[in-house]
Design a protein around this ligand. Structure first.
Ligand SMILES: [Zn+2]
Length: 249
């Protein structure tokens, strides 16, 4: 998938950087002064998710409204799965001191909910990362609730239901029912809602005490080893007692 990102040049011209998939961005030439610049991805839990938001914006600006919504939902889904894989990767690292392999990540992905839309996957990630529901997280995080309450018609709405109805339901109508007559205003709303959902997930990532989490995992692994050793000692002790006494020579 092609990812275009526009950036202004000091001269007033524009750079259009492009990348395909997760490859690096190519250098771009200013439309006006001809100077050359390069672009690197922001540090993010999901570089793919960040890129998909840019692609959704480009489709919106280019008039591909239905596609813009499909890609916006992909961005949110990418953030949700990456947050979960970050957590699984930390669990693994705390025990093995090794970064995860693609095979391990593919195995962990099986634990991730595959149905139930936004409420299901956001609830799953929220419980695992911050130990509470997505709605409670939004209500208790000052920044997350500010992001949510800035969305249109979000007053008194449950955040999970809101993201499901405003964004995921519209994507389903397109992807599953073949609805292709999305209006510009609908696509613009969906893009903004997706940016807000991703921003709240960034807050969740920031709110997660990853160091304490890794320490707990390492401690659990150590005590697990200690318990196993004790069990082994107990088994050996029982066996020794039940062995017939050796005959004195
Ligand atoms: Zn320039």
């Amino acid at each position: 998938m092609k990812i275009p990102i526009e950036r202004g040049c000091d001269c007033g011209g524009t750079y259009v950087f492009t990348a395909h998939g997760d490859a690096e961005f190519r250098e771009a030439t200013c439309s006006s002064c001809g100077s050359v610049a390069s672009l690197i991805d922001p540090v993010s839990v999901s570089v793919t998710g960040e890129r998909l938001l840019y692609r959704s914006k480009a489709d919106l600006d280019g008039g591909d409204y239905s596609l813009s919504i499909v890609v916006a939902v992909m961005a949110v889904e990418s953030f949700l799965t990456r947050l979960f894989l970050k957590l699984k990767g930390m669990e693994n690292y705390a025990v093995t001191f090794k970064p995860p392999t693609p095979t391990q990540e593919a195995e962990w992905e099986k634990e991730f909910p595959k149905s139930g839309g936004f409420p299901s996957s956001a609830g799953f990630v929220s419980q695992r990362l911050v130990g509470t529901t997505f709605d409670k997280f939004v209500a208790t995080s000052k920044r997350a609730s500010a992001i949510f309450s800035a969305l249109p018609d979000s007053r008194e709405a449950s955040p999970t239901r809101y993201f499901q109805n405003q964004l995921f339901r519209r994507r389903n109508r397109i992807a599953h029912w073949g609805y292709v007559n999305t209006s510009k205003s609908e696509a613009q709303l969906c893009h903004n809602v997706a940016v807000a959902a991703v921003s709240i997930l960034r807050e969740m990532d920031a709110a997660t005490d990853w160091v304490a989490f890794a320490e707990r995992m390492a401690e659990a692994a150590r005590s697990g080893v200690a318990v196993e050793r004790q069990q082994l000692r107990d088994i050996l002790a029982v066996r020794r007692r039940s062995e017939p006494p050796r005959q004195a020579r």
